[in-house]
Design a protein around this ligand. Structure first.
Ligand SMILES: N[C@@H](CCC(=O)N[C@@H](CS)C(=O)NCC(=O)O)C(=O)O
Ligand code: FES
Length: 114
């Protein structure tokens, strides 16, 4: 028998390994439901990378489960190639000093389609 926590972390692990870049957020890329998620989307748009997103407002298990999985207390959360990068503050800092683009390049993530 698998318990809910194990099941949720297995689901999360599938999600973060499905796309090169995954953002756990509130709302959708077109309609973010929070300023922090909106900022994270703006940064990813600037990076010109393809990304998947998960709306945690649609799934309470993921909303709580991702916090435990990453050991990070808030949404949004960015994953690149299955690895946790950080929330929107970290994304902004990394973007501003060029580290985020460097990480995307190093990990050879797919570009956004035009
Ligand atoms: N400083 C954070 C801001 C994000 C944040 O404070 N998120 C809050 C409000 S959206 C949150 O996820 N709270 C827990 C929850 O809503 O489940 C960051 O760098 O991303
Ligand atoms: S939903 Fe209120 S700060 Fe994000």
């Amino acid at each position: 028998m698998t318990d809910l926590k194990t099941e949720t972390s297995e689901r999360i692990s599938e999600i973060v390994n499905k796309d090169d870049v995954v953002l756990f957020m509130k709302g959708t890329p077109l309609f973010p439901q929070c300023g922090f998620s909106s900022r994270a989307i703006a940064i990813l748009d600037h990076c010109n990378v393809a990304f998947g997103s998960v709306d945690v407002l649609q799934d309470m298990e993921i909303r709580q489960g991702i916090k435990a999985y990453s050991d990070w207390p808030t949404i949004p959360q960015l994953y690149v190639k299955g690895e946790f990068v950080g929330g929107s503050d970290i994304m902004m800092e990394m973007f501003e000093d060029g580290e985020l683009l460097q990480l995307m390049n190093e990990k050879q993530v797919a570009k956004a389609e035009d």
